[in-house]
Design a protein around this ligand. Structure first.
Ligand code: ZN
Ligand code: ZN
Length: 204
């Protein structure tokens, strides 16, 4: 029986959560900011001015309640979401400044108001996104990790394929491998999946 391995990037996020005792939201933002370099968050760094300045950008307590307020961007006095940093966004500005960039593949983590720089509560943000945007956000987070660690995904795919490979198939496999690596480098998830399927098909 193979042991169930937690998929990345969640394994890395949870390791940081458990090690430095921060929320999952904070661990996620820290890892994205520092290119998934979990070793960066050692005792010395956590006591540094740099970390203190980042820590001051997390909002406590996170909010995201809605009430009739003046939108911080368009000044409309209407039902607006409290981003927790002192800024409020009406439905239209929320859609345009947060939801749309996420649908386009952006990892929105900060209040979109000029000069704010405060981080959004990611788990509360999720509740206010469409299911399409939520899905897109998860993919973008995964791709941000894979851009730094393409080999992790790669190694797992190779182990999976090689476990059923014959020696003849192995040489065919190596041809498929080149295409797969190129797809990974270009961050094309769908091409990777096609490459894996092609390799598996060759081995059958
Ligand atoms: Zn507005
Ligand atoms: Zn703000």
């Amino acid at each position: 029986m193979e042991e169930e391995v937690e998929p990345e990037p969640h394994a890395t996020i949870n390791r940081l959560v458990n090690r430095i005792r921060v929320s999952k939201d904070r661990a996620t933002i820290l890892l994205v900011l520092y290119d998934w370099d979990e070793k960066k968050f050692n005792g010395e760094f956590l006591l540094s001015d740099e970390y203190a300045s980042i820590a001051s950008r997390f909002v406590r307590p996170p909010s995201f309640t809605s009430s009739t307020r003046t939108c911080s961007r368009c000044n409309a006095f209407t039902l607006s979401k409290n981003l927790g940093c002192g800024h409020h966004l009406c439905g239209q500005c929320f859609a345009g400044l947060i939801e749309s960039p996420i649908l386009e593949g952006g990892l929105v983590m900060m209040c979109p108001n000029y000069d704010c720089g405060k981080f959004l509560s990611l788990h509360l943000l999720r509740d206010h996104l469409s299911s399409e945007a939520r899905e897109k956000y998860d993919i973008s987070l995964k791709m941000s990790y894979q851009a730094i660690f393409p080999e992790t995904v790669w190694n797992r795919a190779v182990c999976f394929v090689r476990s059923s490979a014959t020696s003849l198939a192995t040489s065919l496999l190596d041809i498929g491998v080149q295409g797969f690596k190129a797809a990974l480098r270009a961050r094309r998830d769908e091409i990777c999946m096609v490459a894996i399927m092609a390799i598996v098909h060759l081995l059958e």
